[in-house]
Design a protein around this ligand. Structure first.
Ligand code: KG4
Ligand code: ZN
Length: 331
């Protein structure tokens, strides 16, 4: 008999419901992005995000089950993100997950959102530990050694802004809207990345990151001259951010003597990062992988895959008293 898992994601502004068969086969992965709702505020407004999760989870769960050709009664276990993220949004998905598990008498697994980004690679079967995970999203920038599935060592992380946050803030100051990552990626293709000499803080040593100085340098340029060339400015910013990520990821892989770097989180969709990190890795005899785009950004399938993995490995389900942990980390 196959085992079916429902995974629920609501750590930020994406409502996600995924249905997984037997641990890694994705039967459906429904995502509702609220980014247009938050665009006019220049960032996610937690209270509005919570209310929209509340509105959207019901219909999305129905759609995800019907696409998977299943009923709630067919489901064997439930997983939901319990951190890190915004406390209100986390509470909505977590409460729904626990209520479903309680009423259907199913095991419930609280899932670490960062671990789920790592597990987005598990579904493909193309990556096996040990490998280096570069986790780049709106809330996180970390280098993590994946020693085996479920066992991690944190090697480095940002000391200030997350890289996705820097993309979104640069988007806000240049008025291109939220979320700015995909827009900067697109507009930069028309720009010259050497036009502005932006700093690459902390690039020369260590495995920690810092993006606040880069963001401030872009802000100074924007304030100095209203007539700046937008594609050139964005391309130069993107290049500085990508250079730092590339340099540190290669350094970490070589120090830890692993030959594979896998990139996860929303910023892993960035085309310049894919190109530049891919080329640098080849130069050092390393390989890279990026999950398919719909698994790169926040989604319910990665939550379901992580919960199913824990269940199939006989890990104990989470207690139903489990609360949200906004600052949960990995490793
Ligand atoms: O993983 P994710 O969906 O949510 C978080 O957990 O944060 O990542 C969202 C972040 C946003 O900051 C967004 O601007 C960024 O990923 N992003 C990108 C691209 N696509 C999304 N950043 C750079 N280039 C992209 N193509
Ligand atoms: Zn994420």
């Amino acid at each position: 008999m196959p085992i079916y898992t429902v995974g629920l994601e609501s750590s930020c502004d994406e409502t996600g419901v995924g249905v997984i068969e037997n641990g890694s086969k994705i039967l459906s992965n429904k995502i509702y992005s609220q980014s247009q709702i938050h665009e006019k505020y220049g960032g996610v407004v937690p209270e509005i995000a919570s209310r929209n999760h509340l509105k959207k989870f019901g219909p999305l769960l129905g759609e995800a089950l019907s696409e998977a050709n299943l009923n709630l009664q067919d489901i064997d276990l439930i997983g939901a993100t319990y951190g890190p993220g915004l406390v209100g949004p986390l509470l909505v998905g977590l409460s729904l997950g626990k209520s479903l598990a309680y009423s259907l008498e199913l095991p419930f697994y609280g899932v670490n959102h960062l671990e789920a980004h790592v597990f987005a690679h598990f579904a493909s079967g193309a990556v096996s530990p040990p490998f280096l995970a570069l986790l780049v999203s709106g809330g996180h920038t970390s280098l993590v050694l994946v020693q085996r599935w479920g066992k991690y060592r944190r090697l480095g992380e940002t000391r200030d802004d997350a890289v996705g946050e820097a993309f979104d803030k640069v988007g806000h100051m240049t008025g291109i809207g939220y979320p700015a990552g995909p827009k900067i990626d697109e507009i930069s293709k028309k720009g010259n990345a050497t036009s502005f000499d932006f700093p690459r803080p902390m690039i020369d040593s260590g495995l920690d990151f810092s993006f606040a100085g880069l963001k401030s340098a872009v802000s100074r340029e924007v304030e100095k001259d209203g007539n700046y060339n937008l594609p050139d400015l964005l391309a130069s910013f993107q290049e500085a951010a990508v250079d730092t990520l590339t340099e540190k990821a290669i350094r970490a892989a070589r120090e830890e003597e692993v030959d594979h770097i896998s990139v996860m989180g929303g910023v892993s969709a960035n085309s310049r990062l894919r190109e530049k990190l891919g080329a640098a890795a080849t130069e050092y005899g390393l390989t890279t992988s990026f999950p398919p785009l719909d698994l790169c950004t926040d989604n319910g399938a990665m939550i379901g895959i992580t919960a199913a993995y824990k269940h199939l490995n006989q890990e104990k389900p989470s207690p139903l008293e489990l609360g949200p942990d906004p600052s949960l980390n990995l490793g």
